[in-house]
Design a protein around this ligand. Sequence first.
Ligand code: 5GP
Ligand code: ZN
Length: 134
Amino acid sequence: MCIFCKIINNEIPCFKIYEDEFTIAFLDINQTTYGHTLVMPKKHVKNILECDDVTYTNTTKTVKLVAQHIINKLDAKGCNILSNCNEVAGQSVDHLHFHIIPRFSENDSFKITFTQNEFDLKDLASKIAINPTM
Ligand code: 5GP
Ligand code: ZN
């Protein structure tokens, strides 16, 4: 059983923020910023790429609710919401979870950097454009 399933089953303690029939939210043990929270489905699925639509919808509803609540309660100015998919992207626990990282200023303790590359966008779009099926 994975570590988050053990938390969901009350075998490992956590600081719980929210729980309903399908989802749970608790504080990340490593606080990137003040209030850094994890939201996840109770059902064990690896990540978004392998998640059924109902579980995804239930989880993202909770993400929105918890993010708005944390921002209001902690007087944050915004938040980053992210979900790492697979080890290459930094996923270290193979149970779908969204990080809610409250942001208090642009210079607080969380950094995300988008580097710029000169890719051929026409060629790229032709490779990955999704054609409507109907
Ligand atoms: P990932 O790297 O998979 O995107 O995020 C996993 C997160 O889970 C990390 O930010 C890590 O701090 C957190 N985490 C790992 N083990 C535990 C735990 O036992 N309890 C809590 N509350 N958080 C954990
Ligand atoms: Zn699990």
